[in-house]
Design a protein around this ligand. Sequence first.
Ligand SMILES: [Mg+2]
Length: 233
Amino acid sequence: MFGHVRAICFDLDDTLWPCVPVIRAAEAHCYAWLQREAPRLTERYAPDDLRAHRIEFGRRQPQIAHDLSEVRLRSLAALLEDAGYPVALARGANDAFRDARNRVTPYPDVLDGLARLRGRYTLVSVTNGNAQIERTPLHASFDLSLTAAEVGAARPDPAMFHTASAHTGVPLEAFLHVGDDPERDVEAARRVGMSTVWVNRDDNSWPPHLRPADLEVHDLAGLVENLDQSPSV
Ligand SMILES: [Mg+2]
């Protein structure tokens, strides 16, 4: 099925590691940092208030909405200034968030699955989020890693896929994209001519309005097994 594939592109959040627990921990870590460094701010705002402010801030600034760290930074800077603190404190709070954001725990099939594909294919990671792959347990798993912040647009915008192709020299038609999100992964990749794999770890139903992925797997072991049966051309 995938004999033509030379490069594989992986989404990160909820494809290679669970996202919700790490974001929760990072939010808590950032809030604790603010409680120490800017207590007047945390007396005024609960964690949910900070989140609501950030979401609204991103909505009003569509030109930076793809860069979640920048949105967090500017939203915090505005609130800190309001509370009479130097805006530079926002950077410390954002660093606290990012430190914890990188403490991801890959799903148990991931390190072995990627190791078995490494060398056979060019491996690329792409993310709309703000994990820094070089500071995660997957720091040595990819030939290239791209983020929405670096590329200037979040998926479903095709910019990350085009950049992956340009940097690796592999045409989009020889790429396989692997991700958990029907729209931002499968549909977005299909639109630029990539083959697609839906990683469905939680046994969700496929949205009926979209064309299914070329392959659905439960985890990377399922992907590797399928690729082992697809001799390359
Ligand atoms: Mg994802």
